[in-house]
Ligand binder design. Structure first.
Ligand SMILES: NC(=O)C1=CN([C@@H]2O[C@H](COP(=O)(O)OP(=O)(O)OC[C@H]3O[C@@H](n4cnc5c(N)ncnc54)[C@H](OP(=O)(O)O)[C@@H]3O)[C@@H](O)[C@H]2O)C=CC1
Ligand SMILES: CC(=O)[C@@H](O)[C@H](O)COP(=O)(O)O
Ligand SMILES: [Mn+2]
Length: 389
């Protein structure tokens, strides 16, 4: 029986993780659930899965959750400090990190400090502070198993292999809903269109990141730290069918891939059940449904976020943290139709250009960088909005 803390249980990954738990009675026990503001769903999940504790990080929702669960033996906490405490409980074996964005960093670090096994969906944690996070995981003996589909694929391809024999990894990218489109089209696209991912059903932020290819940029950085790769050992190929989830090329030229239908329940299940590979009844991949699997190079000129992310990775230090913070802010603005699709890259680039570079940031400096970058990009957004009127 694996005892889970599911952080971000009300999100796309969190709800699918609970589907996996429900599909395997007797294999998993839910020890902790956490949400930010969706009190209604958190209460419903708590009544169904009967965790030992729930954490609602938005303090204004605490009373609603506390009152609703009053008659049940479930502890209710609020705030990020509480989240960082509960993941360290002895009763927790595995922490699923599925909080969105930079906000997920502290609870993952706390779980690492307690030596927990971590099923990591929150890629931003590694984008922002990958070097520090992985070093601390090694020091504390915390095993990190990726949930992100590409990284789960690479992790599975690497099982039993000598890591020194890896030539490169090849991340597949669907290309998103605007594959093949040029700036004259993209200049007018709205959030409702960008939210229509061709293959995956995901949360709003990552869906926009897929449309801008920032998702792939973040994933390159995520792969660098997870698998201890050099910058030139990571390639991206557009694969619109999202059936090959990623590949590893070895020093003898052999290439291994991991394939499957685009369904996040598979990598979630793999990560929370690890090291076991457990049975399920989910739909199987039928190659006859995919008579053509295609591949092409990404269009770095049109989808500039991908190039910006690669540059930030090469620069290192706090640059990926700046990139991530600026991106979180502009995506939020784009979802409210307050900034144009192409303008997002402009704002991120300006923010990268104006921030002070720190080569080896401490955690406190990452927090400060994140805060400062959000202020800067918000200023750029305000100026661009003023210039419209
Ligand atoms: N969705 C997917 O298929 C994939 C997602 N990922 C990664 O997994 C992570 C989660 O993505 P996804 O599930 O799509 O996101 P969602 O937006 O669907 O869910 C996010 C979850 O995080 C919680 N949350 C949001 N903001 C905060 C905050 N400030 N503090 C604490 N909790 C917060 C939300 O709570 P509430 O809703 O209650 O406010 C919700 O439970 C991301 O890092 C993403 O990149 C990676 C690969 C695939
Ligand atoms: C499911 C998952 O892991 C996402 O990160 C997915 O990969 C997004 O697809 P693209 O970024 O390739 O469009
Ligand atoms: Mn992915």
């Amino acid at each position: 029986m694996k005892r889970l803390a599911i952080l971000g249980s009300t999100g796309s990954i969190g709800t699918q993780a609970l589907d996996v738990v429900a599909a395997h009675p007797g294999l998993f026990e839910v020890e902790v659930l956490s949400a930010h503001s969706n009190a209604t769903l958190l209460i419903e999940q708590a009544r169904r899965f009967k965790p030992n504790a729930v954490v609602v990080t938005d303090e204004t929702k605490y009373k609603e959750v506390k009152d609703a669960l009053m008659m049940l033996p479930i502890k209710v906490f609020t705030g990020h400090k509480a989240l960082a405490e509960v993941v360290q409980w002895d009763t927790v074996d595995t922490v699923l990190g599925a909080v969105l964005g930079f906000a997920g960093l502290h609870s993952i670090l706390a779980a690492i400090d307690a030596g927990k096994r971590i099923a990591l969906a929150n890629k931003e944690t590694l984008v922002v502070a990958g070097e520090l996070v992985m070093a601390r995981a090694r020091e504390k003996g915390a095993v990190i198993i990726p949930v992100d589909s590409e990284h789960s694929a690479i992790f599975q391809c690497l099982a039993g292999e000598d890591l020194n024999k890896v030539e490169k990894v090849i991340l597949t990218a669907s290309g998103g809903p605007f594959l093949g489109r040029k700036p004259n089209y993209l200049v007018n696209v709205k959030a409702s269109h960008a939210l229509q991912h061709p293959n995956w059903v995901m949360g709003a932020k990552i869906t926009i990141d897929s449309a801008t290819l920032m998702n792939k940029g973040l994933e390159i950085i995520e792969a660098k730290w997870l698998f201890a790769l050099n910058n030139d050992q990571i390639d991206v190929v557009i694969h619109p069918q999202s059936v090959i989830h990623s590949m590893v090329q070895f020093t003898d030229g052999s290439v291994k891939s991991q394939m499957g239908l685009p369904d996040m329940k598979l990598p979630i299940q793999y990560a929370i059940a690890y090291p076991e590979r457990i049975h399920n009844d989910y739909k199987r991949l039928d190659f006859k449904d995919f008579p053509k699997l295609s591949f092409e190079a990404p269009d770095y000129k049109t989808f500039r976020n991908l190039a910006l992310a690669i540059d930030a990775m090469k620069k290192g230090g706090n640059a990926p943290c700046v990139l991530n913070a600026a991106n979180e802010v502009v995506v939020h603005a784009f979802l409210q139709n307050k900034v144009g699709f192409l303008e997002m890259s402009e704002m991120i680039e300006k923010t990268l250009d104006c921030m002070t570079f720190i080569e080896h940031p401490t955690i406190e400096e990452y927090v400060e960088t994140d805060k400062e970058a959000r202020i800067q990009v918000t200023e750029f957004l305000k100026k661009s909005q003023l210039s419209i009127y």
